[in-house]
Design a protein around this ligand. Structure first.
Ligand code: AHG
Ligand code: MN
Ligand code: MN
Ligand code: MN
Length: 336
């Protein structure tokens, strides 16, 4: 009975996805194989993050990536692990990573029907101080059998078939959607399995937390400034919102998903398109938010309707509880 120390019907992420895929008679398990390789990458990063302090993995790798950021060893290591795992899965044709300037076009003998866009290590500025970091990924399917090109991933987020993130924090949690809701799986290190712990996650309709880097306030445009003021000094006598900002998108979005509220990385004078990257940060998190009953808005349009022209393109993003994003949409649109 329930009181058993270990429930016997362990719902692992693999079993969960197999159940999901069995609804599609034509599916041949390709997605399950793809996902198992993403899961392998997450397990590797989880163990590397836990040992980082000891194995002197922290600190700079001495190289810089296309974003002009100093690459920390874990960024480079995680990227290598994910690229190798995804290519060897034999289920992908195009890979885009924050850490690689160009897309990886998989050699023909190893090609598959999926394209994966990912941020192998999100929040890397937080590695050295032990604050939660994560991995973010989004999945498209190839629409043709010709030579793959970057065009195959320059698609709106509304064409993604799946998205998720793994957060390396007090526990290692993988949050996934394949288009029919959002489910959370926690790594049981004694089994090396991700177990379903948060079935059918729904974001509260409204929250009382706002999450933004206030340090950029002097550069915000009018509507953003007005919205944040409203969070701090509500006119209608409602309580002011609390500010929570970790600085790792995965941690800030995970808290927003579970507790409700709003996460924003607006445009500002210095970064007219904001900072977060469309393919592997904005789209996957927007996909998850909508699947959990929330919204994601660029300041001008539904985030998933953006059509990226470059693989490292950025966009402002306002995402979270349905009602909170409605409030932002009601303002004359904050700068895109
Ligand atoms: P990454 O470490 O993958 O480059 O991403 C960092 C991003 C994101 O995780 C976070 O929301 C944002 O940078 C924080 O930016 P600020 O430090 O400018 O607030
Ligand atoms: Mn980075
Ligand atoms: Mn990131
Ligand atoms: Mn990153």
């Amino acid at each position: 009975h329930e009181a058993d120390a270990y429930r016997t019907d362990l719902m692992t992420i693999t079993r969960f996805v197999l159940n999901e895929q069995s609804k599609y008679p034509e599916s041949r398990g390709d997605f399950t194989i793809l996902l198992s390789n993403i899961v392998l990458g997450c397990k590797f990063v989880c163990s590397a993050v836990n040992k980082a302090g000891l194995a002197k993995l922290i600190g700079l790798a001495g190289e810089t990536n296309i974003q002009g950021e100093e690459q920390k060893k874990l960024d480079v290591l995680s990227n290598d692990v994910f690229v190798k795992a995804l290519v060897s899965s034999g289920r992908t044709s195009v890979l885009v990573s924050e850490e690689d300037e160009e897309a990886t076009l998989v050699e023909s003998s190893k090609r598959g029907k999926y394209c994966v866009v990912f941020d192998p290590l999100d929040g890397s500025s937080n590695i050295d101080c032990g604050v939660s970091i994560g991995t973010i990924f989004g999945i498209y399917t190839m629409s043709h059998n010709d030579e793959p090109t970057t065009e195959d991933v320059l698609k709106p987020g509304n064409e993604m078939v799946a998205a998720g993130y793994c957060m390396y924090g007090s526990s290692c949690m993988l949050v996934l959607s394949t288009g029919t809701g959002v489910n959370g799986f926690t790594l049981d290190p004694s089994l090396g399995e991700f177990i379903l712990t948060h079935p059918d996650i729904k974001i509260p309709k409204k929250g009382n937390i706002y999450s933004v880097n206030e340090g950029n306030a002097q550069n915000w445009d009018g509507p953003t400034t007005k919205y944040v003021e409203k969070c701090k000094f509500p006119k209608d006598g409602s309580p002011a919102k609390s500010l929570r900002y970790v600085g790792s998108m995965v941690a800030d979005v995970h808290r927003t998903l579970l507790y409700g509220g709003i996460f924003l990385y607006p445009a500002d004078k210095k970064s007219p398109n904001g900072k977060l990257r469309v393919l592997y940060e904005v789209f996957p998190m927007s996909f998850l938010m909508e699947q959990a009953g929330g919204q994601a808005f660029t300041g001008k349009k539904r985030a998933l309707d953006l059509v990226p022209e470059k693989i490292h393109e950025r966009s402002p993003i306002f995402l979270g509880s349905y009602e909170d994003v409605e409030e932002i949409k009601a303002l004359d649109s904050p700068s895109s």
